[in-house]
Write a protein that binds this ligand. Sequence first.
Ligand SMILES: Nc1nc(=O)c2c([nH]1)NC[C@@H]1CN(c3ccc(C(=O)N[C@@H](CCC(=O)O)C(=O)O)cc3)CN21
Ligand SMILES: O=c1ccn([C@H]2C[C@H](O)[C@@H](COP(=O)(O)O)O2)c(=O)[nH]1
Length: 324
Amino acid sequence: MNNADKQYLDLGRKILDKGVQKGDRTGTGTISITGAEMRFDLSEGFPLLTTKRVPFRLIASEMLWFIKGMTNIRYLLQNNNNIWNEWAFKKWVESDEYTGPDMTDFGIRSQQDEEFNKLYEDQMDKFKKLVLENDDFAEKFGELGRVYGSQWRNAFYVNPDTMEVKTIDPLKEAIQQIKENPTSRRILVSSWNPDNYKGHAGLPCCHHQFQFIVREDKLDLVFDMRSNDYLLGLPFNIAGYALLNHLVAHETGYQPGEVIYHGKDVHIYQNHLDQVKEQLSRKPKILPTLKLNLEKQSVFDFEMEDLTIEGYYPHPSIKAPVAV
Ligand SMILES: Nc1nc(=O)c2c([nH]1)NC[C@@H]1CN(c3ccc(C(=O)N[C@@H](CCC(=O)O)C(=O)O)cc3)CN21
Ligand SMILES: O=c1ccn([C@H]2C[C@H](O)[C@@H](COP(=O)(O)O)O2)c(=O)[nH]1
């Protein structure tokens, strides 16, 4: 049995056994545990889970979106990636410019009310078309604000003594540190902003920091998640950071080592229980491998066509609603 699916399924069983029922911001309700660790050795294969089909194309386009410092969903839509739509859509339907039917609580209502769901899907189609085709609209409503891309590539630092503001490119600096100062224990990119508590920054980041550590000829990556959706988010997060580690290891001349996951509030949404039980009943298969276009050197030059997954023969996908 591959060790990636094994650890993931063990964690699912632990949440079901030991977790507590909790209300949450989305009104869905969860079963949650505090604290979890998993370790993925990238020499054993690429940790794209096999106990359900995990869409690598969506993970890769989201990761390239972060790496390129982008925060507008237009790039995702151009890559047929719809995973961030709801959060941009929300800004539009809550704005003065929106004149369609009332979309209050569309996340929950679209699951419970078939008639409403039709209205919602029409408005979402209209929204996607506008983001793709209308530059002004995209700039205003496709923009998610200071989400990962901006924190990774365009962070602000205010010197508390002089109040001078500097911009920093934390991912670029981290890569430079790996090259110039590989024994450093300070190669860290953090996306958490104290301001997140006030909600100014839109969506407070879930994977809020990661750190690179060079171990002999290998590059390890540790990533921390303050809050993690076991069924939908976690498989994306594991494979996303594994991809990032492959890309950075390639540029800096190391072998991809381990990707180490630290989860804090790790939860299963109440409306995902059947899906999780289905996945737990499945037998893991062999892990696939990731092929990079070796002609590209810099992490920042990679495009979708430079990334290929080979030997991926997963169980069928498992559909589930996302809590908004
Ligand atoms: N509740 C919640 N869970 C999340 O995982 C999550 C958020 N919210 N908000 C921000 C992002 C968006 N992410 C998402 C959103 C949707 C899917 C999802 O629906 N995945 C499906 C495939 C979807 C498709 O094919 O379009 C899957 O089966 O993995 C995954 C990650 C991760 N994040
Ligand atoms: O990469 C991601 C992004 C988001 N999530 C999940 C974790 C939570 O279920 C929600 C965020 O809700 P909060 O109330 O802000 O915690 O999104 C994820 O698992 N992975």
